[in-house]
Structures are given as C-alpha cells and as structure tokens.
Design a protein around this ligand. Structure first.
Ligand code: FES
Length: 82
C-alpha cells in the first residue's frame, strides 16, 4: 500500500509555534496509524510569509493545514484515512 506523506515544517516560524511537538506527537502515535504515513520534515513551505498564516504548517497529501496543535493531529490524519 502506498503511504501518504505527512510533511511537517521545522522552519523557524513553525518551530517556534510547536512544530517539534508535532513531530514527537506523530512518532508517539500507535504503529498501525504511523505505518500508513511517511514522515518528511521540510525547512519552509514559504507559506508562513503571509502575516495571517498560522504556524506550524503541515501538509498531508495535497492538503495544507495551518496552526496545527499536537492534540489536533490525530483528528486531521483521520480525514486522510482510506
Ligand atoms: S517556517 Fe514553516 S512554512 Fe515557513
């Protein structure tokens, strides 16, 4: 089965707002959930440049999510369950 990519930005503006916690949260998810995704970290999507763009920013498949807090990660991933 092809894995869906989850891309988490670890650039400064995302990191300062908790992107590191998102990576940790993902890595602590049950293996059955984690195994459906491929985690990729990026240094900046350049989407943070707009002043109203909330960080941290992540991308799952084609979709971008802004201002993602760790407790919301699982809920967002569930939208991508096939
Ligand atoms: S630092 Fe994350 S999108 Fe720019």
């Amino acid at each position: 089965m092809k894995k869906t990519q989850i891309r988490i930005c670890l650039g400064t503006k995302c990191y300062l707002f908790g992107a590191g916690d998102l990576v940790e949260t993902f890595q602590n998810l049950p293996e059955e959930i984690q195994s459906r995704y491929e985690l990729v970290t990026v240094s900046c999507f350049t989407k943070c440049e707009s002043p109203e763009a909330k960080t941290p920013i992540i991308q799952i498949g084609e979709a971008f999510y802004y201002g993602v807090q760790p407790e919301k990660l699982l809920e967002i991933l569930k939208k991508h369950d096939n």
